[in-house]
Design a protein. Structure first.
Length: 253
């Protein structure tokens, strides 16, 4: 069953065609890598799925529901969470507190009860316990009560994933998670993404420039150039596609 279906999506910014009739789908439990040279439209597509950008044409279906009918603030409740290319953490807050911020969409106290402090403490305890469990699964429990400030970049990247998992998603969007990491940290992150997919029963859409990582962990890969899909298939198929080779090496097909 397809969790995400992108159907003939186009995005224009004035006279610039950022996406042109892009179509692909992701099945349940897959890790799908979205690759392409700079300016290919990967981030634009990512932002369409997370409802930051409105497409000019086309549809995006999540479990059969048209995402374009869902406001941006409703995406998390629907079961979609994302990380960011540039860290968007709270440096003075602990890792536990940062993780708990991702759980805001799972709360059920409501504005009135929250203002009157009715049931707030029990909900906070639940969120705290769930956040600590997520940190434990990502190997971050020993740092749970440490501020995020000053911790290694690789640790903070895992913390961003932890915060996204606190929203209890079924579709996780990872925006260049390996950016700025060392080779050993990339290897560790690859294992983390695989483990997270398996442990939490997720489907993953990954936008990443680190080709060895994408090809190593993805079940399928979609390659883009100038806003269009040029190849789709297994990592082996895409890696050997002449259009992909031309896009990266500048050779003619």
């Amino acid at each position: 069953m397809s969790v995400l279906q992108v159907q003939d999506v186009s995005v224009r910014f004035g006279g610039i065609q950022a996406l042109a009739g892009l179509s692909f789908d992701i099945d349940e439990g897959q890790i799908c890598g979205l690759i392409g040279p700079n300016g290919a439209g990967k981030t634009t597509m990512f932002n369409v799925v997370s409802r930051i950008y409105e497409p000019t044409e086309g549809k995006v279906l999540y479990r059969g529901q048209d995402l374009l009918d869902v406001p941006a603030h409703g995406i998390a409740r629907l079961g979609i969470a994302r990380t960011f290319q540039n860290l968007a953490l709270f440096p003075t807050m602990t890792l536990l507190q940062n993780t708990m911020t991702g759980a805001h969409c799972t709360g059920n106290v409501g504005f009135v009860r929250s203002a009157l402090r009715i049931g707030v403490r029990s909900e906070e305890k639940r969120m705290e316990a769930e956040a600590f469990e997520i940190l434990a699964r990502l190997g971050l429990a020993p740092l749970a009560y440490r501020p995020a400030m000053g911790l290694p970049f690789g640790t903070l990247k895992r913390l961003e994933i932890a915060r996204a998992l606190a929203a209890k998603p079924s579709l996780l969007l990872l925006d260049e998670p390996a950016s700025g990491l060392t080779h050993s940290e990339v290897d560790e992150l690859s294992e983390t993404i695989h483990d997270v997919r398996d442990q939490f029963g997720l489907t993953v859409l990954l936008v990443e420039h680190h080709m060895s990582m994408v090809m190593g962990i993805s079940d399928k890969v979609v390659a883009m150039e100038f806003g269009r899909k040029i190849a789709e298939g297994t990592p082996h198929e895409v890696r050997n596609d002449p259009h992909v080779i031309a896009a990266y090496l500048g050779t003619e097909v």
